[in-house]
Design a protein around this ligand. Sequence first.
Ligand SMILES: [Zn+2]
Length: 444
Amino acid sequence: MKIPLLPVLLALAVGALRAAAPVPPPPVPPAAAPAPDSAEDRRARELVARPAFQAAVRAYDRDFERFVRELILLTEIPAPPFGEKARGEAFARLLREAGLTDVTTDAEGNVIGRRPGRPGGSAPLLALAAHLDTVFPADTDVRVKRSGTRLIAPGVGDDTRGLALLLALVRALGAAGIETPGDLLIIGNVGEEGPGDLRGMRYLFQRGPWQGRIPRFISIDGSNNDLITNGALGSLRYRVTFKGPGGHSWGAFGQVNPAFALAGAISALGRVVVPRQPKVSYNVGLVSGGTSVNSIPFEVAMEVDLRSVSPEELRKVDARFKEIIEAAVAEENAARATTFGRITAEVKLIGDRPSGTTSPETPELRQVAATMRAFDKVAVWNISSTDSNLPISLGLPAFTISSQSARRGGRSHSLDEWTDVEQPTAVQDFSLALAIILGVAELP
Ligand SMILES: [Zn+2]
């Protein structure tokens, strides 16, 4: 996952405001702000004060070297999109070592460990997921370098740290004897990054044995735990291939040329006006084709990315984009001779991430906001593309949290990606994640 700059700046600004001189309490609290003494706030404070909760945090602290060891071990197993198998097997083995007996791998490659809830407990199941895949090709050097408390390696933060956190969580719950009222599903899933196109989540929620059986979902991903990603940034991605008869640049001059059709389409797309709120974006990210400077190409192609958090706006820009392609083809076929054949365009969908929002007013997110207040933090609602996109688009109260605090990791999707494992901060971050997870798991 990538963190958009704006929420980060907002979070910094909020932090700066809170650190400034004491602000007199407002005479009347704004109606929209939940009272700090809501039922959710009391529940959050009670949860973190509980001896078993404290014991789980202490267990993580004692177990910290193992957390770091497993983070390094998993990072050093390459896991490119569609090549997650070896890392998945290691994760399954570590889940068993952490104490789960019911660990399976589904047909898509998702590793799923079930931690049974309290006998007779009736709360709905909660699924927790981190993604196995990274953006890096199989031959990338993934050996972890250490610099002080920093671990540096491709994928170490996104999202291997999420996987290591899940393992540590299972052990800490076991050590503290915590039983949740409903089952927990601990998932290392495939296919979050680009070409994976959420295939792990699609299988989990729409085809596999757990289809229809996961009412609540939290993804652990990203590198700033001030942000709660409840907005699913949807995208549609296409490869558009324009084809024609080709020919000699001099001898066949006057015949249709797919490069002109492609250029017409790009130019028309660039003039489309889209709303800023809800934000819509479009991009032509890659253009290719042709064989030589003195040939009319018989094939040229482009890759296009359309995005919005609003399903409605995404549909609109998608429809406009398809009209543009058709018009550009027709225009070229009308502009030049078609003696040897006409221009055609093939529009192939290469990415489809659904959009939507989990309302901050759902019981789950009201509880999350209260839990953050108990840690003296303000939840910053965020929009991004994560594994939660899929369950959010199905109307489930799904969201994504981060395993670490802001500025404790960075450069994700780059070869010098890093994550910080300074122990006291990591223990605080674990404590917050544990409280958020248990707070939601205990909701009726
Ligand atoms: Zn990620």
